[in-house]
Design a protein around this ligand. Structure first.
Ligand code: ING
Length: 313
């Protein structure tokens, strides 16, 4: 039986004045707890090193540069890499990435997750594909969600890599709401999907969704797990950060779609589950035997269209 013991390392609020060193200390506590509880991998949230800074808009984006990492590991994060390798625990870490200037001097800003194996080697880096929120300052909002101002969409799509004895994929926050995210990884044989998120409870465009945030969070990850026969690990940065309350409820979902473990606090909390990767085949080898049952020829709209086309008009 190929089992991976996974720790969902939920974080409570990180405020703007918290230094990276203070945050890394919190990550190290969760990592050590994970090692003590037999974890092969510990998964941290999206943008785990800083407060969720897209909630503010700065006219000169260079003023936000300090929220980004220009190297990974860097001086502040190297202690995490070193301790993980010493403990023999892999991890997944979300952070804001500022790339070095291109040949023409252009820098790029991504919402990124890095996957590190138990020996400390970097397996992969994933850059968030679906960027939610808005591009410009919207002063009437109680708080901004200007991810489309601060991050470019990742150009590489979704990958799946050999790690922890299985096939591991990554997605970030809003990605989990789009079925395409899971299916592109499912078609690469993914067995374990790691996803960090920062989800404010108040959804400004439609406040009727506020009370449904927890339901929608579970709905999409349970559906994605089941429909692709994969384990899904969703890890929150939750609680009240700069006055904005964000969903916690980190969880580990089995290929059956069942939630096998869930956070009960909105703070720093490690949620651990033993994930039997061979359980995936019970779904991908039967109901969701893609090669046997899928009909790509009738799905062409999924990749040829971005928006709705009313074919009867
Ligand atoms: N956050 C959100 C998410 O998709 C959002 C965007 C905010 C959706 C509030 C719904 C309500 O969970 C990120 N970071 O993608």
């Amino acid at each position: 039986m190929r089992t991976v013991v996974v720790g969902a390392a939920q974080l409570g609020p990180i405020e703007a004045e918290h230094t990276r060193a203070e945050v890394v200390e919190r990550l190290l506590v969760l990592l050590r707890d994970g090692a003590a509880r037999g974890c092969d991998a510990v998964v941290f949230p999206e943008l785990a090193l800083t407060t969720f800074f897209p909630r503010w808009f700065v006219d000169d984006i260079a003023e936000a540069d300090h929220w980004y990492e220009t190297e990974m590991p860097g001086p502040d994060t190297k202690p995490l890499f070193d301790e993980a390798a010493r403990l023999g625990v892999g991890f997944c870490l979300g952070y804001a990435e500022l790339t070095p200037p291109d040949a023409d001097g252009t820098v790029h800003r991504f919402n990124t997750q890095i996957l590190v194996e138990r020996d400390g080697s970097v397996v992969a880096r994933y850059r968030k594909v679906h960027i939610p929120g808005h591009e410009h300052h919207e002063p009437d909002r109680p708080f901004q969600h200007a991810e489309r101002y601060y991050f470019e969409p990742g150009p590489d799509g979704f990958g799946v890599w050999p790690a922890f004895g299985g096939r591991v994929g990554m997605m970030i926050c809003n990605d989990r709401r789009w079925p395409e995210s899971y299916r592109v990884m499912g078609l690469q044989g993914v067995e374990l999907i790691l996803c960090g998120y920062n989800t404010p409870l108040h959804y400004v465009p439609d406040p009727s969704q506020d009370v449904l945030q927890g339901f929608h969070n579970a709905l999409v990850m349970q559906a994605g797990a089941y429909q692709n026969g994969a384990w899904v690990v969703g890890v929150a940065k939750g609680g009240v950060e700069a006055g904005v309350d964000s969903l916690a409820q980190s969880m580990i979902v089995a290929p059956s779609g069942q939630i096998v473990a869930q956070a009960y606090t909105a703070g720093d909390e490690l949620v651990v589950a033993s994930c039997d990767l061979d359980w995936c085949k019970r779904y991908t080898g039967t109901l969701f035997d893609f090669d046997r049952y899928r009909r790509p020829k009738v799905y062409t709209r999924i990749t040829s269209q971005r928006g709705v086309v009313l074919s009867d008009e």
